[in-house]
Unconditional design. Structure first.
Length: 69
């Protein structure tokens, strides 16, 4: 399992609600959380594999910006 961190613009509880179904449908995601207190709105994801692009695609589909850090 690997943990990956991303800089996002997911900045409130409603944003988290919007992105939740997109991230929860990914088979390779074990857990995820967004630190909205951080100025970079850090999304931390624990993955079963190396397919980080799936997370990026899911967040973009939900309408948010994302970039690996």
């Amino acid at each position: 399992m690997i943990t990956v961190k991303y800089k996002t613009n997911i900045n409130c509880s409603n944003c988290i609600k919007s992105v939740t179904p997109f991230l929860n449908e990914l088979d390779n995601v074990d857990t995820w959380k967004v630190n909205t207190e951080n100025p970079d709105k850090i999304l931390e994801v624990s993955l079963d594999d190396e397919e980080k692009e799936l997370v990026v695609d899911a967040v973009k589909k939900a309408g948010f910006k994302i970039e690996e850090i």
